[in-house]
Design a protein around this ligand. Structure first.
Ligand SMILES: Nc1nc2c(ncn2[C@@H]2O[C@H](COP(=O)(O)OP(=O)(O)OP(=O)(O)O)[C@@H](O)[C@H]2O)c(=O)[nH]1
Ligand SMILES: [Mg+2]
Length: 203
């Protein structure tokens, strides 16, 4: 997809702040620090539009970016950030859980896992939830540049096995990605394009 425009629109701390124009939304989710915001920047080929940090818990609200005046990318807070105070952790959970459960314009969930590690219990719980609720999703293993080709291959096979044990669904495949090298970029864009187009075609 050719990106002609990409702009930050708003940061939502509660439901009343979500955009009301009903454009389709593609949301990026995964554990804290896994590379959600970096993936958004690398897909858009920009630096710093979505704010990234080496400290987990950088993104604490739902951040909406309008792409080509046509659809939104939604950068979600991460899960599994143990150092946050309990109330904050719980409210992040509600914020994201409400968004995922209620948002009709969510056309694709991009579930990001870390190439270097086996999917965590929370990763598997999210997958289970996406499958149980019939949410279209794509799973992407990022930071693949941190592994040798051999390790990347091995880890992908291992992760696929663990994920497939939970269930596969329509979008259950696992793509390798790197925000640093751009590996996997075209395939992720292809899935986004398809999901957005399907939601906008007359039915
Ligand atoms: N080498 C490499 N580093 C990456 C990649 N993706 C992200 N990072 C690094 O990982 C760290 C976390 O990236 P973020 O994009 O901020 O992660 P996040 O998931 O948005 O984090 P939170 O908003 O805190 O949940 C940063 O230091 C990034 O530079 C990647 O594909 N390769
Ligand atoms: Mg982030």
């Amino acid at each position: 997809m050719k990106v002609n425009s990409a702009k930050f629109v708003l940061s939502a701390f509660e439901e009343s702040q979500w955009p009301r124009d009903r454009r389709p939304e593609v949301a990026f989710m995964g554990r804290s620090n896994v590379g959600k915001s970096s993936m958004i920047n690398s897909l858009l080929r920009v630096k710093g539009l979505a704010r990234t940090s080496s400290t987990p818990g950088r993104t604490q609200s739902l951040n909406f970016f309008l792409i080509n005046e046509r659809f939104y990318f939604v950068d979600l807070p991460g899960y599994g950030f143990a150092r946050a105070p309990r109330e904050v952790r719980e409210s992040w959970g509600d914020l994201v859980a409400d968004y995922l459960a209620k948002r009709d314009s969510l056309v694709l969930s991009i579930h990001i896992v870390d190439s270097r590690h086996e999917p965590t219990t929370l990763d598997l719980q999210l997958r289970e939830w996406l499958l149980a609720n019939g949410k279209p999703f794509l799973t992407v293993a990022t930071k693949s540049d941190k592994l040798s080709q051999n390790e990347s291959h091995k880890n992908l096979a291992r992760a696929r096995k663990v994920l497939d044990a939970v269930g596969r669904g329509a979008g259950g495949e696992l793509l390798a990605y790197s925000a640093t090298t751009g590996r996997g970029r075209e395939r992720v864009w292809h899935a986004i394009e398809e999901a957005v187009a399907a939601s906008q075609s007359p039915s």
